[in-house]
Write a protein of this length. Sequence first.
Length: 345
Amino acid sequence: MFKPNFRYTNKIVRLLTRISAAREMILNSPLIPKWEVALRREAIIHSAHSSTSIEGNRLSLEQVSDLSQGREVMATRKDKQEVLNYLNVLENIENLTKGSSIVEKDILSIHRMVTKDTLDNPDDCGAYRNRYVVVANRFTGEVFFRPPQNEDVPILIKDLVAWITSDEAKELDPIIEAGIAHYEFVRIHPFVDGNGRTTRVLAALILYLRGFDTKQFFCLDDYYDSDRLSYYKALQGVNQETLDLTNWLEYFVEGINVSIEAVKERVVRLSSERLRKAKRGQIALTERQMRIVEVINQNGKITGGEIAKMFNITRQAALKEIGKLVKLEVVLLKGEKRGAHYVIP
């Protein structure tokens, strides 16, 4: 039975406390469904871009966004397929398991989805490696890590899955469980290719099933992609004799914290004091109106001219748009004529 070796440090405890507070603020903010859809969409697109980019995919964030909307982009077939696969997995995360627990065939299925039509040998898709591979620098050939032997992979994965579904794992904070599973899966390196992407989906799935990120607001992969050297250094820094995961978990929890804080800042901009305190509940706003509220929260005020310029519309149309927000009591008109501007009451 797999048994992780780690200890709680002051840093881990402090970050877990901060994450918990930020998460509660995010989930309890008066976000209307449109905002929630936008936040989820942004997180999925960023995750698809970052997770594939870490492994050499050359599509830009804008191209990934275009692909997600069904638009054609100029790129290699493999690069496009990798992104489309990852988008499909994240968009269907609730269907990756049949129940509330992860089983071995779920992992094989995730790998099959992630690597669909991208591997040189189609038989490697959704199947454990049948030839030995090492983790090395693709340019210099320097070997960073030598995983377990091929014949050890099935039993190691079975042990990991047994631990993930155990009472011991469920007693841990979901972030700690996801971080441990992330590292152990990378260490086992069960597939010929696509291990990193499958690992990051597995971590996201654990957080989803444990109720931590049921709305899929958090993009964890941006943190790894922003400093790939630190990501690989944290993974490679685990002593292979003791397998002490403490330093890795400090890095992993820090990444969650950065992601949560980024979402919190976005939610704060969207949720004004007026909306947070509204007893009548959520107020349905259009995309334009949401953007106006966000700008006021950022800058403290907005004018009719700025709204017209923002959306490339006439001043009359801008005043009509802001007038709806005034009527809803979401914003307040201050000043007259040239000095007229709008604020959050």
